[in-house]
Design a protein around this ligand. Structure first.
Ligand code: DAH
Length: 364
């Protein structure tokens, strides 16, 4: 009769000698497969006398499960070794420079935001961010848009959860928690980041707040999600002359026209006083906009001196501090600069569009 311990050590040797999963499988089949040595032994059980059968059967089954455990352990070891080998062979050097033949491209929105930040950060602006989902307090009330303020209607707001007209107020005490009168909103502008920044830090403040904003609107020049960059400067002596200087320099740099005509036209925003809209000089030959020439004007952004009530709402003393703010639409600036005719195409993820309007990762 076969000596079980010899069988065991033979199979054990074969298992340990297996250097890859295929060799291990071969060893497994030759012992435990349909015609394997252990299986064949089990088949002989029926030929044994009753007295031996039980004992021998039990021993074979013990051997069988021992061998299965051995094989499993070896398999785990080989698997780790194979993974290690694969990780070594597929190692990527992340410090290597980008390969120009790989056709990834930077989206015009990312590029435009990077350009805006690059042009303004030398003046001391740093980037601040806020959440897409805002409370009524940050999006409206603190920005001098109390309940029933008509400017709330101008913003085509997406309200989250149930609520009535969405008219909240400073009185809705906790700025973070929504109420039926003041539900959370998808922020309609990046101006709430002004409020968050002023509540969190002390002047002097110079920030840019790029980010997504949301409004219920959809046509060639409007999308329900788009991007803005907000600017805010608060200091003791900051005045409208600074506002004009910063924005004129910025627009001339952005459009690459050193003598670009820039006009500040009186306007209204609840959070600034006085307020202005900014136009740049252009012409429209045959309906096409050409920036930097001609006698026509094109509106590009909104701005003003931060309203005393907004400063008060943000615990900044308007008797001591003042400053300016501005807000611009990123898609609009990108459309004008790069000649992109339809705002909706920014978000269609059409690869042909991205290849055409995208920017090389290596710069241009
Ligand atoms: N928040 C305004 C909007 O979305 C844009 C804006 C206008 C921002 C004037 C400002 C500002 O900071 O001073 O329509």
């Amino acid at each position: 009769m076969t000596d079980l311990s010899t069988l065991k050590s033979e199979v054990q040797q074969a298992v340990e000698a297996a250097n890859d999963i295929a060799a291990l499988e071969e060893a497994r089949v030759s012992a435990l497969g349909k015609k394997g040595r252990v299986t064949e032994l089990l088949k002989t059980l029926g030929t044994l006398p009753e007295t031996e059968r039980k004992d021998f059967g039990a021993r074979i089954n013990v051997l069988k499960s021992e061998l299965e455990n051995l094989i499993e352990a070896r398999k785990a070891k080989l698997g780790t070794a194979a993974l290690d080998a694969r990780l070594m062979s597929e190692k990527a050097d992340v410090t290597l420079s980008v390969r120009p033949e790989d056709k990834g491209a930077i989206h015009p929105i990312s590029r435009t935001i990077a350009d805006i930040v690059a042009l303004l950060s030398p003046l001391g602006f740093s980037v601040a961010e806020g959440p897409d989902i805002e409370s009524d307090f940050y999006n409206f009330a603190a920005l001098n848009m109390p309940p029933d303020h008509p400017a709330r209607q101008m913003q085509d707001t997406f309200y989250l959860g149930l609520g009535d007209s969405g008219a909240g107020g400073l009185e809705s005490s906790n700025p973070e928690s929504p109420s039926p009168q003041a539900p959370m909103v998808l922020r309609t502008h990046t101006s709430p980041v002004q409020v968050r920044t002023m509540l969190q830090s002390k002047p002097p403040i110079r920030i840019l707040a790029p980010g997504r904003v949301f409004r219920r609107d959809f046509d060639q020049t409007h999308a329900p999600m788009f991007h803005q960059v907000e600017g805010l400067v608060i200091d003791e002596t900051t005045h409208m002359g600074h506002l004009k200087g910063v924005l004129m320099d910025f627009l001339r740099g952005f459009f690459g026209v050193p003598d670009l005509k820039v006009r500040f036209r009186p306007s209204y925003f609840p959070f600034t006083e006085p307020s202005a809209e900014v136009d740049i000089g252009c012409s429209r030959p045959g309906g096409k906009i050409k920036i930097g020439e001609g006698d026509d004007w094109l509106e590009v952004l909104g701005c003003g001196m931060v309203h005393g009530k907004v400063l008060n709402n943000c615990n900044i003393d308007p008797a001591k501090y003042q400053g300016f703010a501005f807000g611009m639409g990123v898609e609009r600036l990108a459309m004008l600069k790069y000649g992109i005719p339809d705002l909706r195409t920014f978000f269609e993820a059409d690869l042909r569009w991205l290849r055409h309007y995208g920017f090389s990762v290596l710069g241009d």
